[in-house]
Design a protein around this ligand. Structure first.
Ligand code: ZN
Length: 415
């Protein structure tokens, strides 16, 4: 048995409760305990209560003073493209200057740029870059992060990206959830032959990914001009037979029907949803699909935000994630995301916290063991510098995470 850990006398312990995503009105329901402590044993939360009751016998060296501070569940980033080669700063500024998508492509920008750099990069280079990002993500309170492949679009590079994710998972504190996104774009080798590319993924690449357990989820970029609803349905249906859980990049650029498809397939999550239809929103709510919104991407693309307020009012389970990637949104700023959610998407502070914790955990199928502060759950915790969770949106855009605890171990301290 490892040493216990006591987080004592927190001004607030703030958490949603339960082991499933919270839908609709439930999202605003947080439990707030004042001046209470959390006892952690063997990496799990074993008690929450008065320090005199639960802290007896815990040595001084195993105590963290949380007086004047709020404690929340560790944040879950359920949608990132963490592993990639190269950067695209020029392209960002071209876009801000008003250049069209096609002009950017003609200048050598776009996803092909990242694909080439990722194909050319060694595993060591990819690890070094991702590791640098993960350290900063941890400092923002992210304790679980999903990571997609999808910048190889050939067998070797897709497998290389997934191997890198596996190695990163074993060598730093953040738990990584691996997703296969071979169907991120149709690569130049298959131009105009999207159907053939999907068969190539299904028969040539995914059997290896499944056999070596390199990814838990399969995802697809279901979008006009990329993969159609029919192609996405075929890929995901076959993927499920191979043992993958399902995610969809849905309705980002046009209202194509990706959210309806996610509902039909009972996918774990549908992501982006800037143009999800009313019927798609209802279908996600009725079929238990987590609606994952990525406000920093819309912000960086200067696009209108997804309709979070209507989704929650319709009964959806909204999760918030960063979509960290080198093209459409080179940021994993949790403070910025919280600010955008509250200021522009009209989510309450309470809903925002549920979206970043329990619903994020549900979006990676881990709500039974992370995402809340409850006895028996893994001790993934964030300690804020301030006494209330309300400082998260209020101290806009500033990182106020002071300490991060993963599986009961202090893994980051800002002071
Ligand atoms: Zn994405």
């Amino acid at each position: 048995m490892t040493q216990p850990l006591l987080i004592e006398n927190a001004a607030q312990i703030v958490t949603p409760l339960g082991k499933k995503a919270h839908f609709g009105r439930e999202m605003a329901e947080l439990s707030v305990y004042e001046n209470q402590s959390i006892l952690v044993e063997d990496g799990k939360i074993s008690a929450i209560g008065d320090v005199d009751r639960i802290g007896r016998g815990v040595p001084e060296s195993c105590r963290i003073d949380a007086a004047g501070k709020a404690v929340l569940p560790g944040f879950v980033d359920s949608h990132t493209h963490l592993v990639f080669g190269g950067y695209r700063p020029d392209e960002f500024l071209w876009r801000m200057g008003g250049m069209s998508y096609m002009d950017i492509m003609n200048r050598g920008g776009g996803i092909v740029n990242t694909m080439k750099a990722t194909r050319a990069a060694s595993e060591e280079e990819l690890i070094r870059h991702a590791m640098d990002h993960l350290k900063k993500m941890l400092a923002m309170g992210l304790t679980t992060v999903e990571a997609k492949s999808g910048y190889g679009q050939d067998e070797d590079t897709e497998i290389k990206q997934l191997h890198v994710t596996r190695k990163l998972n074993e060598s730093q504190p953040i738990e990584l959830v691996s997703t296969f996104l071979g169907a991120h774009a149709v690569p130049p080798e298959y131009e105009g032959r999207g159907d053939e590319f999907i068969e190539f993924l299904l028969h040539q690449v995914m059997p290896t990914v499944a056999r070596e357990r390199l990814a838990e989820f399969c995802d697809v970029f279901c979008e006009k001009g990329v993969f159609s609803v029919e192609q996405s349905r075929h890929l995901l249906t076959e993927a499920r037979k191979m043992g993958f859980k399902l995610k969809i990049h849905a309705d980002e650029i046009v209202s194509l029907g990706g959210s309806e498809l996610a509902a039909e397939l009972h996918a774990t999550s549908a992501d982006h949803l800037l143009h999800a239809s009313d019927a798609g929103i209802r279908a996600m709510a009725e079929n238990g699909v987590v609606s994952t919104l990525l406000p920093t991407t819309a912000f960086c693309l200067r696009e209108p935000f997804a309709r979070a307020r209507e989704m929650i009012d319709t009964g959806c389970a909204v999760a918030l994630a960063t979509d960290f990637n080198p093209g459409s949104g080179f940021t994993f700023s949790v403070p910025l995301m919280i600010g955008l959610a509250v200021i522009y998407m009209h989510m309450s502070a309470e809903e925002t916290i549920t979206a970043l914790t329990l619903n994020g955990a549900a979006a990676v199928d881990r709500a039974d063991r992370i995402g809340t502060i409850e006895e028996g759950k893994q001790a993934d915790l964030v300690i804020l510098q301030y006494p209330s969770y309300k400082f998260l949106p209020y101290h806009t855009g500033v990182n106020i995470v002071e300490k991060v605890i993963k599986k009961g171990k202090l893994v980051h301290s800002a002071c």
